[in-house]
Each structure stands twice: as C-alpha cells, then as structure tokens.
Design a protein around this ligand. Structure first.
Ligand SMILES: *Cc1c(COP(=O)(O)O)cnc(C)c1O
Length: 247
C-alpha cells in the first residue's frame, strides 16, 4: 500500500480500498512505521457484509469508511436517493440503505469479529502445518511480515485444479474458485481494451486457485479430512504416473 500511495501521489490519483474480505486485517506501513487497519489506508474503502464474509449480515449489507467529511456526506446522500434532507435531492442516487434488522444483527456479530478472526488465523496456521508436506504439488498462502490477514478465504494453488476439486467434491468437501476470470478479461470491462496477456500474473494464477473450507467454527478434524483428501489425490496421481511410466 505504501508503494501504491506513492504512485497515487505522484500521478494525482485517488486510492479507494476494496476491503470487502478484510474486516480487521492490518498492514504495516514501513513509511509511517505503524500498523494500519484495512479500510483506513486510502481515501475511502468498501466493506461487504454479504452473509459469508468475516462479518456477515443475514442478507445484503455493506459499509463505506472514510476520513473525509465531504465523501461521508456524499455517500450518505447517494445511498438515500441523493437526498440531502428528506425530499430534497442534491444529486442522483439510489437506494443503498442498510435496513435496521441487518444493522441490529451486525451490531451483535461485530462483538465477536476479533475472536472469529483469531480463530480463522489459527485454522490457517493449522492448514499450513497439515499441507506443508505436499509442497511439491500445492502452493500455500504466505503471510508476509507486514501483513496481518484475517483469512476470509484459504486459497491454495495447484496445476491440476479441476481434477483436485472433483476429487474433494467426491469426498463431500466443498470448495470454490475466487475468482475464475481476472477483472481485465471480464466482458463488463472489454471497453477498456485489455487483452489476454496484459496481466500475466493474474492470468497464470486464475486457473490454479482453489478455496478450501475456511470459517471460524471449522473443526480441527474437519481440516485433517480436507488435508487427507488433498494428500490422497497427490498419492493417486503419483501412482498413475508411475504406472503410465511402466515402472
Ligand atoms: C464480496 C466482495 C465484493 C462484493 O461485495 P457485495 O456485498 O456483494 O457488494 C467486492 N469485492 C470483494 C473483494 C469481495 O470479496
């Protein structure tokens, strides 16, 4: 983020954070010599309270954080049909109001967020131990020293993603892909003129990523089953290779 903020300053750009998976995550700014919470680094940030997020409502919800009075005022208006006060529309807006039921639920769940995040971190560390022996065929997430993640997802990388996902599914282990198509290749952004090859890292990673089960209440035995299923698959692939090589 330090580097991004530097570039933004140099070219007079605005940094808006997508903190939708980062409730409680932290970043160590070497420049300011301090930890900063996700959502407090840029000019403004978006948080999602989609039910599956670290802090999730029981329906649709979200929030914007900002230190700017002006942006706060503007966001409050556009989420409420652009009204500065009832029936006085200063700008064109839409209905993005958070309903009271969702707010009430989120208020209760917010008290547990820090603990749930710690549980997710512990689960991530345990996956790290369980999956370390498979390092030849599975790339695990790494947490750099400047980052304190909250593991909304636990994403592994593997070159045989589809087969591995099918294998886990045959063991009734749910997985998902976050996300299959890089932004610049989405139809919606075709107008920007990017093509395959323009973002080679995103493109090489997209077909390899696989999110394995991750949530605060995940049981250690469940994680062991997931790791075992990932390991089985490696073993069966290996024996198939040995057989096909005629050994
Ligand atoms: C969930 C998510 C969104 C979208 O959030 P909504 O609440 O569905 O609008 C955007 N960005 C990221 C990274 C997300 O994880």
């Amino acid at each position: 983020m330090d580097a991004i903020l530097d570039i933004a300053e140099e070219y007079n750009l605005i940094v808006v954070e997508d903190a939708c998976q980062a409730h409680g995550a932290k970043y160590f700014s070497a420049k300011d010599k301090t930890w900063k919470k996700a959502g407090s680094v840029g000019v403004a940030a978006a948080f999602s309270f989609y039910p599956g997020k670290n802090l999730g409502a029981c329906g649709e919800a979200g929030a914007v954080t900002t230190n700017s009075e002006q942006i706060a005022r503007h966001i409050k208006m556009i989420r409420d049909h652009g009204q500065a006060k009832k029936y006085y529309h200063d700008v064109e807006g839409y209905n993005g109001r958070l309903d009271a039921l969702q707010a009430g639920l989120l208020q209760v769940k917010l008290k547990h967020l820090a603990q749930w995040n710690e549980q997710r971190r512990a689960r991530a560390a345990f996956y790290g131990q369980l999956l370390a022996p498979l390092s030849e065929s599975v790339i695990l997430p790494v947490e750099p020293s400047w980052s304190h993640g909250v593991y909304h997802l636990y994403v592994i990388r593997t070159s045989d993603r589809e087969e591995r996902q099918a294998h886990l599914s045959s063991r009734s282990i749910g997985t998902a892909i976050h996300y299959p198509i890089p932004l610049h290749l989405q139809k919606a952004y075709r107008g920007l003129g990017y093509r395959a090859g323009d973002f080679p890292v995103a493109e090489s990673v997209a077909p390899q990523i696989l999110s394995v089960p991750m949530y605060a209440q995940l049981q250690l035995e469940q994680q062991e089953s997931v790791a075992k299923a990932i390991g089985d698959f490696v073993a069966s692939r290996h024996s198939a290779f040995v057989m096909s090589a005629g050994i």
